[in-house]
Ligand binder design. Structure first.
Ligand code: NAD
Length: 320
């Protein structure tokens, strides 16, 4: 099938090409993100292959339908960026890659946590400047801490497994906890997990019901100095509340692989343009904030799994 691959810069092109050797689709790469303005690029394509921050709202999907696009084959797990009702209205199926490497994201949680706990980001910069002093670099042990997981799906449980390996007590909340959980963790209410965790890691999808689940009220119930890690979706945290909690010391460390107002999420309140414009600048004034660029999935193994499943999805569609 003729496949238009969007946002190609954020995904290793050679991995896609190598995986496609098994499938033989005709791939055309566009650096642009897919949205209403770039939809005309999909003319003469059977399939569009968007990535995590592409925005497929009603207008975009209507344009794709007029161009004859038959399938939206996401090369990511989350589908926040796709108006599924519009896809159904225009009879365009949507496929995604539900699980490609939960371990990749779970390991990134610990990359963020270990950097924050041992301040290696600061040490790295100092040593490069010839400064070998240790002042201000005292960290904390992860061993023995209470590690809270919100969302015990694939990534949440992979994270819980690693936390157990570090010698943490693991608490978890999920409205649909796994029936046979193979990880040694205690399931409690969301409020109990929030109130008792030294380290809190977010693994719930972004729904309207989970939007800003970390806010001024819930932060006030947490242990002073709590370390919060978000590799899930930026909208789970009310950034304004987080900034205030960082200032007061209520949040002792914040590790973000995702942040509010990344493109492609529909129901976030974008009216606060000040926050939108300088959100990263304001967060990065705190030395105990670490931000990465939505790269939790970015391992060779995960990329290969994503590419293989995406092309398999296209094959399955073509086969009916
Ligand atoms: P999953 O579907 O396996 O698990 C999500 C879990 O969250 C489910 O068990 C669900 O019951 C639970 N849940 C739903 N509502 C909840 C609530 N209100 N409170 C607590 N739990 C709730 O998904 P997954 O593969 O583990 O992925 C989790 C999230 O990670 C995705 O939604 C996506 O946003 C994010 N993600 C990020 C990256 C990255 O690169 N940073 C990569 C992949 C996925």
């Amino acid at each position: 099938m003729r496949v238009a691959v969007f946002d190609s810069k954020r995904f290793d092109r050679s991995t896609l090409e190598a995986a496609n050797q098994l499938f033989g689709h005709e791939l055309v790469f566009f650096e642009e993100r897919l949205g209403a303005h770039t939809a005309p690029l999909a003319e003469d394509f059977d399939v569009v292959c968007p990535f995590v921050n592409d925005k497929l709202d009603h207008k975009t999907i209507c344009r794709l339908a007029k161009l004859g696009v038959k399938l939206i084959a996401l090369r990511c797990a989350g589908f926040n960026g796709v108006d599924l009702a519009a896809a159904a209205e225009f009879d365009i199926p949507v496929t995604r890659v539900p699980a490609y490497s939960p371990e990749a994201v779970a390991e990134h949680v610990f990359a963020l946590l270990l950097t924050l706990s041992r301040k290696t980001h600061r040490a790295y910069n100092r040593v490069r400047e010839g400064n070998f002093l240790l002042e201000g670099l005292e960290g904390f042990n992860i061993h023995g801490k209470t590690f809270g997981i919100l969302g015990s799906g694939k990534i949440g449980l992979a994270t819980a497994r690693i936390a157990r390996g570090f010698g943490c007590k693991v608490l978890a909340y999920d409205p649909y906890p796994p029936k046979n959980c193979d990880v040694d963790c205690t399931f409690l209410s969301q409020a109990e997990v929030m109130a008792n965790s030294d380290i809190l890691s977010l693994h719930t999808p972004l729904f309207e019901s989970t939007y800003h689940m970390i806010n001024a009220s819930t932060l006030a119930t947490m242990k002073p100095g709590v370390v919060i890690l978000n590799t899930s979706r930026g909208g789970l945290i009310d950034t304004k509340a987080a900034l205030a909690a960082l200032k007061s010391g209520q949040i002792g460390g914040l590790g973000l692989d995702v942040y509010e107002h990344e493109e492609g999420v529909f129901f976030e309140d974008l009216s606060d343009s000040v926050l939108k414009d300088d959100i990263l600048a304001r967060l990065t004034t705190f030395p105990n904030v670490l931000i990465t660029s939505h790269q939790g999935y970015l391992t060779g193994e995960a990329l290969n799994n994503i590419a293989m499943t995406t092309f398999q999805n296209i094959n399955d569609f073509a086969a009916g």
